[in-house]
Design a protein. Sequence first.
Length: 118
Amino acid sequence: QVQLVESGGGLVQAGGSLRLSCAASGSIRSIIVMSWYRQAPGKQRELVAAITTGGNTNYADSVKGRFTISRDNAENTVYLQMNSLKFEDTAVYYCNARALIRDVVDYWGEGTLVTVSS
């Protein structure tokens, strides 16, 4: 089992910045990828950014150049630095940990709300 706790959401004006944190605990050695997803009202959940244990990253086209995902292995924490925020970035942001135990298992945090005012 992996437990994920997100923090850092809030209200920010367009053009501003926020940093989200996701602290992982439990069977962290089984984690192979950690990601941030988001879900806006009336829309499907979408991948925002991902980082592998080797440090390889992947971003949605809509956030490239504005968001940066990083990880602190010593703290078992993944961060999402969000700059130049836009109204359309408003969503609930979820932390995801993909773990390989016997099979691939996805774990999710409860989500943190990011609201960008225009």
